[in-house]
Design a protein around this ligand. Structure first.
Ligand code: SAM
Length: 175
């Protein structure tokens, strides 16, 4: 998503360690890699990891660690990080029944917010155009309302006047 990428470009620098929590077709991973020092990139689907591995080789990109596991396991691979991104939902062009799950997403988000560097951020691209996506969006809204405004700032970017249920973006900044 173009707006999501613009925000990442604006906020990231070459010293940063970043987590891509949902590799999918690898578009976000390939976008992030040249901007930062290192990307740790997770997906539960082997197909997503294999496809992205091929793309990275083609582009001669070497600063990405691809991890075939749930993003819940991030602490096994990453100690400290400046940012994490989630592109929720199912793999475009893939099996629509394999989608991010609201409880897993929330658990990981909570644990990443704790581990995130001060001054860092988490970006979520949220889709409400499918049933599981709506539930995930509701749960995230509910949780983010409870976040301490002393410690976090939450920005929501929405496209209210488009017909085709486009995704919206959350940027959560840790003060
Ligand atoms: C919308 S796609 C991501 C699109 C991707 N960022 C891109 O640039 O193409 C969502 C991905 O999340 C993955 N996923 C679902 N649950 C996951 C989990 N617990 N941990 C890691 N990846 C997960 C799915 O397999 C799917 O590939």
């Amino acid at each position: 998503m173009e707006t999501a990428h613009l925000l990442l470009k604006h906020h990231l620098s070459k010293d940063d360690i970043v987590i891509d929590a949902t590799v999918g077709n690898g578009n976000d991973t390939l976008f992030l890699a040249p901007l930062v020092q290192h990307v740790y990139a997770f997906d539960i689907q082997k197909r997503a990891i294999d496809q992205t591995s091929t793309l990275l080789k083609q582009e001669n990109i070497r600063n990405v660690t691809l991890i075939h596991a749930s993003h819940e396991t991030f602490k096994d691979y990453v100690v400290t990080f400046q940012a994490a991104i989630f592109n929720l939902g199912y793999l475009p062009g893939g099996d629509k029944s394999i989608t991010t799950e609201k409880d897993v997403t929330l658990r990981t988000l909570i644990s990443m917010l704790e581990a995130l560097k001060h001054g860092g951020f988490i970006q979520l691209v949220v889709y409400t155009g499918h049933e599981q996506g709506k539930l995930e969006s509701d749960q995230l809204n509910h949780y983010l309302k409870t976040l301490s405004t002393v410690h976090y700032k939450v920005l929501k970017i929405d496209l209210p006047f488009q017909d085709n249920t486009p995704p919206y973006i959350y940027m959560i900044y840790k003060k």
